[in-house]
Design a protein around this ligand. Structure first.
Ligand SMILES: Nc1ncnc2c1ncn2[C@@H]1O[C@H](COP(=O)(O)OP(=O)(O)OP(=O)(O)O)[C@@H](O)[C@H]1O
Ligand SMILES: [Mg+2]
Length: 263
């Protein structure tokens, strides 16, 4: 599935260059779960937006299926995206929010069937005609997930999808996500600040810092996984130790600011 070579993204804010991503080399194996952790501003969302094609790199490439990046290859990849802030349209029902991106692209009957299926899987059937403001936070998160899943994506990008939820709901949705993944086998890229969540979900955890991937933690602990499992606890500690090492404020060198500047 997708790989990145020398991927970089520099933004210009008030005449200043902000390096959001630098020199990222990454292979995301088909049907794997890759989880990204790292402090606020280290480039996680930027990486997802580049993978989704919502943003163009300032350096490097994203390859699809190991081939050169081409419009055709990009269009063949169905991407589902759960945004960091839930972007439900408040004036539309749950069902229409979920099916919205398919409208005009598929026959109405097919959209209705797909939406009904995914709402049923996510336990939202009885809320199909509710409005987003009538939902709890957990339900709204599930609607966001349902909307990303309804197109049966090959690549599923999730940006802190459970961040606003209580611990119990979060655990349940994590289990639901793994069950869906086992059934539909999308390639998942998941961003979180919750190190336990990272250890529970990932085949590989990546730790980022200042726009770069600085550590990689493979995780072959068999599923279903338990947060109290010794392997999970050890992995969580290792990631946390890495994050805490870097907890002091970092100063960005002027020389690194210039690298990867947009041409
Ligand atoms: N559209 C944009 N225009 C200008 N700068 C941006 C833009 N998007 C991101 N940045 C900058 O890129 C850097 C990385 O931002 P990004 O949103 O990727 O961080 P993040 O790791 O997702 O952080 P968080 O954990 O807070 O969500 C930040 O310095 C941010 O200011
Ligand atoms: Mg972010």
């Amino acid at each position: 599935m997708p790989s990145c070579r020398g991927l970089g993204k520099t933004f210009r804010i008030d005449g200043r260059n902000v390096v959001a991503l630098r020199d990222v080399d990454l292979d995301l194996p088909r049907a794997s779960i890759s989880v990204f952790v790292g402090p606020s501003g280290c480039g996680k969302t930027t990486l997802l937006r580049l993978l989704a094609g919502l943003e163009q790199p300032t350096s490097g490439v994203i390859l699809r299926d190991g081939a050169e990046p081409s419009q055709a290859a990009a269009e063949r990849t169905r991407v589902g995206y759960v945004f960091q802030e839930p972007r439900l349209m408040p004036w539309l029902s749950v069902a229409r929010n979920v099916g919205f991106n398919l409208e005009g692209r598929l026959p109405k009957v097919e959209i209705a069937t797909r939406v009904a299926d995914i709402l049923s899987i996510m336990g939202l059937t009885t809320f199909a005609s509710a409005r987003p403001d009538q939902l709890s936070g957990g339900m709204a998160s599930r609607v966001g997930l349902a909307r990303a899943l309804v197109s049966n994506p090959d690549l599923l990008l999730l940006d802190e999808p459970f961040a606003a939820l209580d611990a119990m709901t979060r655990r349940r949705l994590q289990a639901e996500l793994v069950a869906l993944w086992q059934r539909l086998s999308p390639t998942i890229v998941f961003v979180t600040h919750d190190v336990e969540e990272a250890a529970l979900l990932a085949d590989t955890v990546y730790r980022m810092e200042s726009g770069a991937i600085v550590a990689r933690y493979p995780n072959s602990i068999p599923r279903p996984r338990d947060a109290t499992d010794a392997g999970i606890v050890a992995l969580r500690r290792a990631i946390l130790a890495g994050l805490e090492e870097k907890a002091e404020p970092t100063s960005v060198q002027p020389s690194t600011l210039k690298r990867g500047t947009a041409s």
